[in-house]
Design a protein. Structure first.
Lengths: 107, 107
DNA sequence: AATTTGCGAAACCAAATAGTTGCATATATA
DNA sequence: TATATATGCAACTATTTGGTTTCGCAAATT
């Protein structure tokens, strides 16, 4: 079973859960109140998010508080870095122009 | 059919295709040479990436050059922004500490 | 003109996904 | 002690996904 952060954030419900938890740690029941799906479905999302280390748990009696592991989000940022370099570069447009010249040459 | 950029980058093959095309525009055949799947499978990935405006096409005779629409990648960056604010903030640790105090109070 | 090449579309398939219901268990509370 | 609550897990289901093979078409090549 593939389980990485990109697959984790692919689901819109999971992105909403991440946004919720980013503000403050919450229990599965409290989270589920914000969605139209069952608590069990939320629990499965929490498991998926936990499996790729996006969440950490803290048990408080019979309640479990889920909290966002914000550092893990940096992985996406790191992946984006290579593309950020492209769009921030002023040579960007030049490259495109050169590629077009290359293609036109073939015609 | 759901089709957004987060679902598009969820697949590792598609992320590789994005990385390839980021360097220079390529034809489906040329892209497929880099993978162990059929050209048709690559074509389906290209369609998915195109459907969420991550790629643009340029026809050159019977060849089609696919190019990365780098601006679209900024959407991910924008989504990350809210979390970047969290991890870059020095109040980050304070918030966590306050949340813990809150929870401990309940015990 | 006949053939090869580059491509997309369609039909099909196995596996993964996101949801459900039902259940077991541990902790609070009456 | 009996009951209510919070949670995770398992079994099941419909849909989506990522791949395949087969096909048709248009552009290049012979």
């Amino acid at each position: 079973m593939r389980r990485d952060i990109f697959q984790a954030i692919a689901d819109p419900t999971r992105r909403s859960i991440i946004a919720l938890i980013a503000v403050q740690a919450m229990t599965p029941n409290a989270i589920a109140e914000n969605f139209d799906i069952t608590r069990q479905a939320v629990s499965k999302h929490l498991r998926i998010l936990s499996e790729c280390d996006l969440l950490k748990q803290e048990q408080q009696g019979r309640e479990i508080y889920y909290q966002l592991e914000i550092d893990k989000m940096k992985e996406i940022d790191q992946w984006l870095e290579q593309y950020r370099q492209i769009w921030e570069s002023r040579f960007d447009q030049l490259d495109t122009y050169l590629a077009k010249l290359q293609k036109d040459k073939k015609q």
